[in-house]
Design a protein around this ligand. Structure first.
Ligand code: GRF
Length: 193
């Protein structure tokens, strides 16, 4: 079996990244995590990736200022050097340019902490509680130029409980994220979507 080479893009703690790394350790998993890229030099997830023996790259966005095209070209070149087949966004806090998104069309996936199309964007847990939602959850989807709008690969729902704070709800959703991201990547790597 030839495994797909996956790059994971992070900006922070990297718990979804760890879930993917662990899944990819199993013998029959169709993908290997070949690279972790962070735009934040001190992202906690970088340490976890290095501890797992995975190649890491830092592409600090700050020197690029407002030049998103230049940042995305550098990112694309880095992914090419590592012979990347599939890119997983996992808490990567940057909007990618339409050029980059089209270039990786069908091979670029993201995890979002809501039951899309509900609650696109940030602060999803607060917004779900404020809206009185009874159910909330997580979605893995293909990335398209419009934010949080691409075709859905996997979803999982969790209940919103009366005593929930955004933190308690976020923790419940995060467990669901760690479950569905490896399933979604498996499907994409196997071409079953
Ligand atoms: C997750 O909630 C993910 O859905 C969102 O950002 C958070 C990243 O968490 N896109 P982590 O870095 O994977 O722990």
């Amino acid at each position: 079996m030839s495994r797909k080479r996956v790059a994971i893009l992070i900006s922070g703690r990297g718990s979804n990244m760890v879930a993917l790394i662990e899944a990819a350790r199993t013998d029959d998993y169709p993908a290997e995590i070949a690279l972790v890229v962070s735009n934040v030099s001190d992202a906690a997830g970088l340490v976890r990736a290095r501890d797992a023996g995975i190649a890491t790259e830092i592409i600090d966005h700050k020197p690029y200022g407002k030049d998103r095209d230049a940042f995305d070209r550098k990112l694309d070149a880095t992914l090419q050097v590592h012979r990347t087949d599939i890119v997983c966004l996992a808490g990567f806090m940057r909007v990618l340019t339409p050029w980059f998104v089209r270039r990786w069309n069908g091979r670029l996936i993201n995890i979002h902490p809501s039951l899309l199309p509900a609650f696109k964007g940030l602060h999803t847990h607060e917004r779900a509680i404020a809206a009185g939602a009874k159910e909330h959850g997580a979605t893995v989807h293909f990335v398209v130029p419009e934010l949080d709008s691409g075709p859905i690969i996997e979803q999982a729902s969790v209940p919103v409980l009366p005593a929930d704070t955004s933190d308690s709800l976020a923790a419940r959703v995060l467990e669901a994220e760690h479950r569905i991201y490896p399933l979604a990547l498996r499907r994409v790597a196997e071409g079953r979507i």
